[in-house]
Design a protein around this ligand. Structure first.
Ligand code: 9WO
Length: 245
């Protein structure tokens, strides 16, 4: 996967991709991350990327010409490329959208600033408007980092065998189960016995159950929106009875 990020603040990305799984994915050539300074696509001495809004009002709007030039420079000759604008007006970015992007070979991420981008850019260049949540930020750069991180983890080979994608929180649409590590006793606090039992079938059952329990308590919407197997339905009925008690 090649990510192309278009921004007026390229320095924001210094260092953020230099750690952990994303760094390893770059080193293994599983991904490439190209940061493009929008000002490099301006003409004229002022390198102007914004201008006053038609119709008046506060703030500035990102001019269309640099964005058209930048997107065309990055996408020319590339078939089937998603051009995503990070914006609070977009479709909510969640694990399903991340999985869709992880199957592509290219993704262009446009980071808006000021009051937003000229609507002609949205209409002509953008294939996806994407929001990472219902809050207003100062720009699309942090959301772009979120997209790169989330999508990278889903690219085959990006996670070590220790951290299999299977185990991921949300992979089954459920929340994660609780984790414990050494020491086996700390200030009189002990992990659940089953985790020390060596009985791997029992451990797996316990983890599944904790996942479902936590999801039912904290995010029942995630269970409602899922298609459940008969086994899962039976387990949920059981847990619900216990929670009632
Ligand atoms: C500002 C604003 C003020 C009052 C009412 C609505 C409003 N919307 C915005 C707005 O969208 N400002 C943007 C700031 C303009 C483009 C870049 N900015 C941005 C992107 N803020 N938040 C995001 C963003 C992107 C993806 N997911 C979550 C937030």
């Amino acid at each position: 996967m090649q990510f192309d990020i278009i921004t007026i603040f390229p320095e924001i990305f210094s260092g953020v991709f230099d750690f952990g799984i994303v760094r390893r994915a770059v080193e293994a050539s599983l991904i490439e991350i190209h940061i493009h300074d929008l000002r490099d696509y301006t003409h004229g001495r002022h390198r102007q990327v914004d201008d006053r809004p038609f119709g008046g009002g506060a703030g500035m709007v990102m001019k269309p010409e640099p964005l058209f030039r930048a997107v065309e420079a990055v996408t020319t000759g590339v078939p089937d490329v998603n051009v995503a604008l990070l914006s609070p007006q977009g479709r909510l970015f969640g694990q399903p959208v991340a999985e869709e992007y992880a199957r592509k070979s290219r993704l262009v991420l446009i980071c808006g600033r000021y009051e937003g981008v000229d609507e002609r850019v949205v209409e002509q260049l953008i294939t996806d408007e994407v929001s990472i949540g219902d809050y207003v930020l100062s720009g699309g750069e942090i959301p772009a980092m979120v997209v790169v991180d989330t999508v990278t983890r889903l690219i085959p080979g990006a996670l070590g065998c220790e951290q299999s994608a299977e185990r991921e929180s949300f992979s089954g649409g459920l929340l994660d189960y609780p984790h414990y590590t050494r020491p086996a006793e700390y200030r009189d606090l002990k992990p659940p016995e089953v985790l020390l039992s060596g009985n791997h079938a029992e451990i797996e059952r316990w983890r599944r159950r904790k996942s479902i329990e936590k999801t039912l308590r904290r995010r029942p919407d995630l269970i409602r929106d899922r298609t459940l197997s008969e086994d899962e339905q039976r387990e949920i009925e059981e847990i619900l009875k216990e929670i009632d008690e």
